[in-house]
Write a protein that binds this ligand. Structure first.
Ligand code: LMR
Length: 396
């Protein structure tokens, strides 16, 4: 049965973790996967999470099956966070939200549902996009194309190219958009550019699917979420995948969600029933612990305020590392202007380094980033930054 099974290639992001773990270099630095580490190089266990867990331990709950769509208090908290607690769609009940296994799980539930709804539709992702987007939508059965996004020469967004690709796509395409902190480039659309993108989506009858994995890592929770209001106003049907992996530092708990903005409460009830079918036939129902933590924090005003402070601390530390990276590269002798690193936002910097340079960084210096030149600036700290700067300077 297995004689002809071929070895699959390593995952371009998570595969780097395996390579990193096996690297004996004592100076090695992992800037591959998108994970935030504090200034001591430690994965934080947020205070708000610890306090929620302590509160949960005081009233230990048995672990029955959750409903197929997850914890109701969690789903409602996600709706309020993503769309606004007092927003019209929340008040009128026209959003279907399900707890998902991470943001990836939310994307996959949405992809499987869309495949039943629009089997012949084209899916368009940004060029470039998160490495897993193409694979995920392809495995759901879609033909996946791309729209122009990054302009390597201008170090920014090829906005006219983006609009042109969206205009040229077959009507009714599914367009995957990064709501904030674009992964991998770190370049986001301005509010005015979002308006123009929304107008093209409306005119061409495309369906937007927003991936929101980094809310709070760009300019703030409200600021990063503001784009959702534009989609509400547009009247478009819309998908939003949420992840709390990074914003709660709960990577291993796989806490995410999928929300589908519908035209009416009745439509949302029917959509929810279909999402539940997808979940039931994949993994039956979601796990309890991570969703319960997030529900406790988001629904308690004191813990919520603490979470917002801790998230702001992570965001500000990343920003300070960006500035230190630019200064450190200059001090290490890099001639070219690397100031663009502070123009980018979120966890990543698209460094402009070639695949060859990234491979040299790994093999000669133990500094790991993806082959595309993406580096996770959230893993830089005051101890490793000089070494990383010297290593980048050496390969440039
Ligand atoms: C990343 O892009 O590194 C993260 O989203 C982690 C992942 O699952 O790839």
């Amino acid at each position: 049965l297995f004689a002809a099974v071929e070895m699959a290639p390593r995952d371009p992001i998570l595969g780097l973790n395996e390579q990193f773990a096996a690297d004996p270099n004592p100076h090695k630095v992992n800037l591959g996967v998108g994970v935030y580490y504090d200034d001591n190089g430690k994965l934080p266990l947020l205070q708000c999470v610890q306090q929620a867990e302590r509160a949960m331990l005081e009233h230990p709950a048995a672990r029955g099956y959750l409903p197929i769509d997850g914890i109701a208090a969690y789903d409602n908290a996600v709706k309020a966070l993503v769309f606004g607690a007092d927003s019209e769609p929340v008040r009128s009940g026209r959003i279907a939200t399900v707890q998902a296994i991470g943001g990836t799980g939310g994307l996959k539930i949405g992809a499987d549902f869309l495949r039943k709804l629009k089997p012949g539709a084209q899916v368009l992702i940004s060029d470039p996009s998160w490495e897993n987007h193409r694979a995920l939508f392809t495995s759901a059965g879609f033909d996946v194309g791309s729209y122009a996004y990054y302009d390597a020469k201008r170090l920014g967004i090829d906005f006219e190219g983006m609009l042109a690709s969206l205009q040229a796509a077959s009507p009714g395409s599914i367009v995957l958009l990064h709501a904030c902190c674009h992964n991998p480039t770190g370049y986001d659309l301005s509010p005015e550019q979002w308006d123009r993108v929304v107008a093209v989506l409306q005119a061409r009858g495309h369906t937007p699917f927003l991936d929101m994995a980094y809310q709070g890592f760009g300019h703030g929770i409200a600021e990063d979420g503001a784009v959702i209001q534009k989609f509400i106003q547009s009247g478009l049907d819309c998908f939003v995948a949420t992840s709390f992996s990074k914003s709660f530092s709960l990577y291993g708990e796989r806490v995410g969600a999928l929300s589908v903005l519908c035209q009416s409460k009745d439509e949302a009830a029917r959509v929810l029933s279909q999402l539940k079918l997808v979940i039931r036939t994949n993994y039956s129902n979601p796990p309890t612990h991570g969703g319960a933590i997030v529900a406790v924090v988001l629904n308690d005003p004191t813990l919520r305020a603490l979470w917002e402070r801790e998230l702001a601390e992570m965001r500000l530390r990343i920003q300070s590392m960006r500035a230190r990276l630019v200064a450190g590269l200059k001090a290490a002798g890099v001639q070219r202007d690397m100031g663009f690193i502070t123009q980018q936002i979120g966890m990543f910097s698209y460094s402009g380094l070639s695949k060859e340079q990234m491979v040299r960084l790994r093999s000669e210096f133990g500094v790991y980033g993806t082959d595309t030149g993406r580096m996770c600036v959230a893993a830089l700290n005051s101890k490793n930054i000089d070494y990383v700067c010297r290593s980048i300077a050496a390969v440039l």
